[in-house]
Design a protein around this ligand. Sequence first.
Ligand SMILES: *Cc1c(COP(=O)(O)O)cnc(C)c1O
Length: 383
Amino acid sequence: MPVSPTDAFATRAIHAGQQPDQRTGAMAVPIYQTSTFAMDEVGVMKAGFDYSRAGNPTRTALQIALASLEGGRHAHAFASGMAAIDCLLRTLLRPGDHVILPADGYGGTYRMIDQFGVPWGISCTTVALDDLAAVRAAITPRTRLIWCETPTNPLLGVSDIAALAEIAHTAGAQLAVDNTFASPYLQTPLSLGADVVMHSTTKYLGGHSDVIGGALVTSDEELAEAFTDFVTTVGSGAAPFDAWLTLRGVKTLALRMERHCDNAERIAELLVGLPKVARVYYPGLPDDPGHAVAAKQMRRFGGMVSFTVVGGEEEAVKVCSRTRLFTLAESLGGVESLIEHPHLMTHASVADSVTAVPPDLIRLSVGLEDADDLAADLADALS
Ligand SMILES: *Cc1c(COP(=O)(O)O)cnc(C)c1O
């Protein structure tokens, strides 16, 4: 029996797209590690698959699950989050079009438009998306897309998805939301009016730091068809094994996100009380500037916490090498806790751009270890 859209999130995460194999009863979706598919006769496919660049049953299973979790009609799974962004930009934008980007957002998105979009005639403006008047002021007659990320990477800024959707639609533009930091468990942008949701499934959806992947989810038939044509032509869809690993992660997303949120709340509260910490960025803190909007549109506040330290860049770099359980590494959203210095690591390539981040900032991806152990580790590193 297929899963119903009215089933709860945790149920859909385990069953959507994941029925036991019809022929063998295999409980886990098989890894269809094949490039091509035998046909019954010329032009007649057995199950809608002819060549794995265009489509593969393991990828399809993941896509059904992702569409269900985001409450969208169509999902496309990609070889990376950046491949998903590339597909969206190249199917939606034409020379002369204008894009609004978050001033504080994933550096790779800015770099893609700056390095690869601008030479093809795309223009962009970066705006702090929590300032709705500034967003309205940045709209031009050629604005085709507002790209939103909330909470942002790495400053955990929160913007109002429903308000941005209205601004975009009034201007005849579309709203895309990078939902990587929240995951669909905490926030479903399509239900708030967004046209497309993008994920780096490398992060919370995969959840185990063992696979790179991306996704686009939409209920817009025209966009979905354009994404299908793009993936079929370019070949940037998720490979079978990568899709399988991601699907395996998706099954436990609800459980994992609850624990990520529990642990992050505990760590944010700890940091607020430490004398070496200058400022804590976490939308779950009642006095955080993004708290009210986050409380309105998110189920909980997520597993990412950023903070600045007293003593500037030098001290921030030292703290990053003093932790025992928080591993010094880029990326986020896995079971293990990570610590990093955005200015010199994840955001180094945008250090001289408008999306530069404070040099004394540290970003934590709070994992699923015991909360007492994590708190003790940070307290030691900041003592
Ligand atoms: C990691 C990340 C991306 C890029 O995804 P990849 O899977 O690394 O290609 C995009 N947006 C956000 C917010 C990310 O954290």
